[in-house]
Design a binder for this molecule. Structure first.
Ligand code: MG
Length: 374
């Protein structure tokens, strides 16, 4: 493998872990971070958390777990090509969604509304909270005690008010600085992954059609290419061949544009990266084409009445659970019981955010369903 660029994150320019630990044997610090993330409970729960489609709607749809693995795959390819730290890009990608509530964005919006008087709820911050304190796996410390650069990458965005309370990892939001290029890669790999797999899942679900998608230039161009090259091809293979070509086009564009930006900014150290404008980016033209695809997905998939029905149900489940736990703390499992506000609300939010879709549905039933008397 090619040597890392001088401005890549490495073990010698890393700001290290909050609690110092002996160096790992036979693996890098960032491999250790990745391994800790994979062994966490929050990572396993991603399997039963909605990306767009609720887990029980079908076995082939993306879940937060398969989404995160796809993000990691894309991020690693890009990082390696740019001679950046592949292990760090992978660790950030695998951890980026750990703080998501059940039921996707509908769940986060509902929990955020419930938490309005107590500082709100934001999945990015929650991902950091999971790795910093909620995971209970080690004798010597709470959380996973990850390296600063992994934590920095997980905290993709953050309000100034929240940043001020986060110490070193929040500083860049107050000082207008950028995270590592590895973090920038994980962020855009997330976009490449969900735009493409949502096309695939959307088609699989029947909520959108290839005919509709032909109006989106990024899709149309690749679909035509596939139909020209393989005139007899039908069914799923048309879709998959189109989507894989779209991913390839986006990844290639991102690498080309980022190489150009890096050449222009000419960083030599990691600190140069932090003080320069973001360098990992799509070309302007590709940004436009991606925006058109996103718009299409918003209108035709994320706001499809069948998706909205599930979102509405999800919001009621989250709202009901929050309300009942706030009203009577004794209904919570003991480790989440806490008397004083706002810690009490935060503990309820932690409990709810940690639930999988099906756990939330069951918990709702356990508390609200009145059994028929036979
Ligand atoms: Mg994501």
């Amino acid at each position: 493998m090619a040597e890392l660029a001088s401005y890549a994150v490495n073990e010698s320019n890393s700001r290290g872990r909050k609690i110092a630990e002996p160096a790992p044997h036979g693996r890098s610090e960032f491999q250790r971070d990745r391994d800790r993330i994979i062994h966490s409970g929050a990572f396993r729960r991603l399997e039963y958390k909605t990306q767009v489609f609720v887990n029980h709607e079908g076995d082939l749809f993306r879940t937060r777990l398969t989404h995160s693995i796809e993000v990691a795959q894309i991020a690693r390819s890009i990082a390696r090509r740019l001679r950046l730290n592949e292990d760090l890009a992978e660790a950030i990608s695998l951890a980026h969604d750990l703080g998501h509530t059940p039921f996707g964005h509908a769940g986060q919006d509902a929990l955020n509304a419930c938490m309005k008087a107590y500082g709100g709820f934001e999945h990015n911050l929650q991902s950091l909270r999971v790795v910093d304190s909620l995971e209970e796996r080690y004798a010597a410390f709470g959380g996973l005690n990850l390296c600063f650069e992994t934590r920095e990458g997980i905290l993709k965005h953050c309000s100034a008010a929240n940043a001020a309370q986060l110490g070193e990892v929040g500083q860049r939001f107050l000082n207008n600085r950028r995270p590592s290029l590895e973090a920038q890669i994980a962020n855009l790999a997330d976009e490449i992954a969900y735009n493409n797999h949502d096309v695939d899942d959307g088609l699989r679900s029947g909520l959108i059609t290839l005919e509709q998608l032909a109006a989106v230039p990024l899709v149309a161009e690749h679909l035509e290419e596939v139909r020209r090259a393989y005139p007899g091809l039908t069914g799923r293979r048309v879709v998959h061949e189109t989507v894989r070509r779209m991913i390839n086009t986006l990844v290639s564009d991102l690498i080309r544009q980022s190489e150009h930006n890096i050449g222009k900014q000419n960083p030599t150290t990691l600190e140069d990266v932090r003080s320069s404008p973001a360098m990992i980016a799509f070309s302007t033209e590709m940004n436009e084409r991606q925006r058109a695809l996103k718009n299409f997905l918003h209108i035709h998939l994320y706001r499809h009445y069948r998706v909205l029905r599930m979102s509405s149900k999800a919001q009621r489940i989250i709202g009901d659970l929050f309300g009942v736990f706030m009203a009577d703390n004794r209904l919570l499992p003991p480790q989440f019981q806490c008397q004083a506000e706002p810690d009490r609300a935060r503990a309820v939010a932690d409990y709810i955010a940690g639930m999988t879709d099906r756990y939330a549905i069951r918990e709702h039933r356990r508390i609200f369903a009145v059994e028929e008397v036979s």
